[in-house]
Design a protein around this ligand. Structure first.
Ligand code: AMP
Length: 598
């Protein structure tokens, strides 16, 4: 949709009274965006005035934007780590928030190789719930029916301070808000709560899939939060359909589903249905799975799944499996805060823009200039308010939340694509510093560099070194995997590293990557074994020549540490001399490593 039509497009007419209320709320918030932001900041600053953090900056009771911006610094997670660590260690004083910290939300973003811990407060659940309640009214009603949504809830981790530390969605699905949600005929999950909440990811996925198959004709929407999750569910079906079919044929439940609560609930659902079993067998036993979603769930109107940002790489795969069903990207959110909504959820993935809801937090925007950190001593950052961002410009999102994050850099780069009333709408451009991502893992350049360095230690005994490398997130395989291209300098060809040594290098790289990556490999099965492709010597020089013929400056040329442009991929793949995969799983345990030195 063109920017000018976004500027003027009214929301579609409401389908019922509740929809009307939701749409009216959005209208009010977006019409009064600046006023709402002013109020939100004043509310946060007055309630948190006595916190240790804000006291440090001597606001002296001021709650206005100018004073706040002039006294309180813009920070990154690492700046707050001492405070966060104290909370994790059990300090219950009002450090960041005057309201008690109810739990930590574990982000998929990492710091020093570990998931970031985001302190949150109870009432944030209400704010998240409010945003969820706006989603469906925005989607065109597709008729009354059920929805199957495949979720993976992760096991709770406890930290030493006695606070729970878990992913934001686990926190939401385990909350009373979700478990005791009022019945909404338009939003019925085919998955029972017991299956969604099961901590074992196999049993959870298996039983959700089974329910989804029994209800296949009633499913109107099919979703997971992120595209990678939905693809994982399809892969799960590929691997497990014979057993699922057997359960449907016989009416008995796979003994691997051993959780008593889940078994108890499923025995009320599982019944023999030979016709359904034959149907699923016919669909799943064909060689091509093209359009499988539309075949098994024929009434599906659209996929409810995020395919923006790093997830855009999965669009072709989802199109293949769904036979081209539309994909609705509804929400933009994080562990720190839920940000906003796509007011036009049925638009094409490339046209998705998120409208930040001004009631969720106080938002500021740091103009993003490529190749600059945005914060230097000579030029203090000039952050702009929500309503002051300019069309077409890129910004990094900075938030001040009710839970006590003050002027916190989220690390997301957004581009303004238009306005709804006075609230800007943003295209999610990318997350800063992310080179490789398959699922929720995010690997940056320095992590990759460290992993290559660590792995290349194994080559020392062979008088061999890695002279250049680059990488690629290969999502054509299921699950996707990291491919690292290595150009080697072998000084003694009689003693070059064997295939086994290079396999060990793959594993050494995996051991060096952050805990979210390793969890994806070990517990979630969402990432396949890392692959090293050794390329002919001289390949990286050819890459440089290619870049120069396309206009790169020879003086400024830097080896790209990640490649995705097809001609470059073709060039580099044509020069691969050997490929090696990680032979085993790296280490990962659900326990957080204690912070070094803390
Ligand atoms: P987490 O810290 O694990 O909660 O992940 C939050 C991050 O996921 C955000 O800061 C974004 O980088 C990314 N994200 C969340 N929602 C979207 C979306 N709708 N489109 C693209 N990226 C998203």
């Amino acid at each position: 949709m063109a920017v000018d039509s976004l500027l003027s497009s009214p929301l579609r007419p409401p389908a019922c009274e509740n929809d009307a209320k939701a749409l009216q709320f959005i209208e009010e918030m977006t019409r009064n965006a600046d006023l709402v932001q002013e109020k939100v900041l004043a509310e946060i600053l007055s309630r948190n005035a006595t916190t240790e953090y804000l006291q440090r900056f001597k606001l002296n009771g001021a709650t206005d934007r100018d004073t706040y911006k002039s006294r309180v610094p813009v920070v990154k997670y690492e700046d707050l780590q001492p405070e966060i660590q104290r909370i994790a260690n059990g300090d219950r004083s009002a450090i960041l928030s005057a309201h008690p910290i109810s739990e930590f939300l574990t982000s998929s973003g990492t710091s020093a190789g570990e998931r970031k811990l985001m302190p949150t407060i109870k009432e944030e659940l209400d704010r998240r719930q409010k945003l969820y309640s706006l989603l469906l009214p925005l989607c065109a009603r597709t008729g009354q029916g059920k929805r199957t949504i495949l979720l993976v809830c992760q096991v709770r981790n406890k930290d030493s301070g006695g606070l729970l530390a878990r992913p934001v969605l686990t926190s939401y699905y385990k909350s009373e808000h979700f478990k005791t949600r009022p019945y909404d005929p338009y939003n019925v999950y085919t998955s029972p709560n017991e299956a969604i909440l099961c901590a074992d990811s196999f049993q959870s996925m298996y039983t959700q899939m089974l329910c989804g198959l029994y209800e296949r004709e009633r499913v109107l929407r099919l979703g997971a939060v992120f595209a990678s999750g939905l693809i994982r569910a399809i892969r799960f079906l590929q691997l497990n359909w014979p057993q699922l079919v057997q359960d449907i044929r016989t009416g008995s439940l796979n003994p691997k589903v051993s959780d008593p609560t889940v078994r108890d609930c499923m025995t009320r659902i599982v019944k023999p249905d030979r016709e359904l079993a034959d149907f699923i067998t016919n669909q799943c036993s064909t060689d091509s799975w093209e359009g499988i979603i539309a075949k098994i769930w024929p009434n599906t109107k659209y996929l409810d799944v995020i395919v923006t940002g790093a997830m855009a790489q999965y669009i072709p795969t989802l199109e293949y499996y769904s036979g081209g069903l539309p994909m609705a990207c509804t929400m933009y959110a994080s562990s720190e805060c839920y940000f906003g909504l796509n007011l036009n959820p049925m638009c094409k993935p490339s046209e998705v823009s998120y409208t930040i809801m001004p009631n969720m937090a106080y938002f500021e925007f740091l103009p993003h200039e490529p190749n600059s950190s945005g914060l230097t001593r000579d030029s203090p950052p000039r952050l702009v308010d929500l309503v002051d961002v300019e069309l077409g410009k890129e910004y990094e999102l900075v938030i001040t939340t009710y839970a006590g994050l003050c002027r916190y850099r989220v690390g997301d780069i957004l581009r303004v694509t238009g306005f709804h009333n006075s609230a800007p709408q943003f295209h999610f451009v990318r997350r800063k510093n992310v080179l490789l991502s398959i699922d929720s893992d995010k690997t940056d350049e320095s992590e990759l560099q460290k992993a290559v360095e660590n792995a290349s230690q194994l080559l020392r005994g062979f008088n061999t070194s890695v002279v250049e490398y680059t990488s690629y997130a290969d999502t054509k395989t299921i699950p996707g995997h990291y491919v690292i291209y290595w150009e080697l300098l072998v000084k003694d060809s009689a003693n070059s590293p064997s295939a086994e040594v290079l396999e060990q290098c793959c594993l050494a790289m995996e051991e060096s990557l952050n805990s979210v990556y390793r969890q994806g490999r070990v517990a979630d099965n969402s990432i396949g074994p890392l692959e090293i492709r050794v390329v002919k010597s001289g390949t990286f020089e050819e890459l440089m020549d290619y870049a120069i013929t396309r206009g790169a400056s020879i003086n400024q040329y830097k080896v790209p540490r990640c490649v995705s442009f097809t001609p470059i991929m073709e060039l580099i793949d044509a020069r691969v001399v050997s490929a090696h995969f990680s032979p085993s799983l790296p280490h990962w345990t659900p326990e957080r490593r204690r912070h070094v030195g803390k």
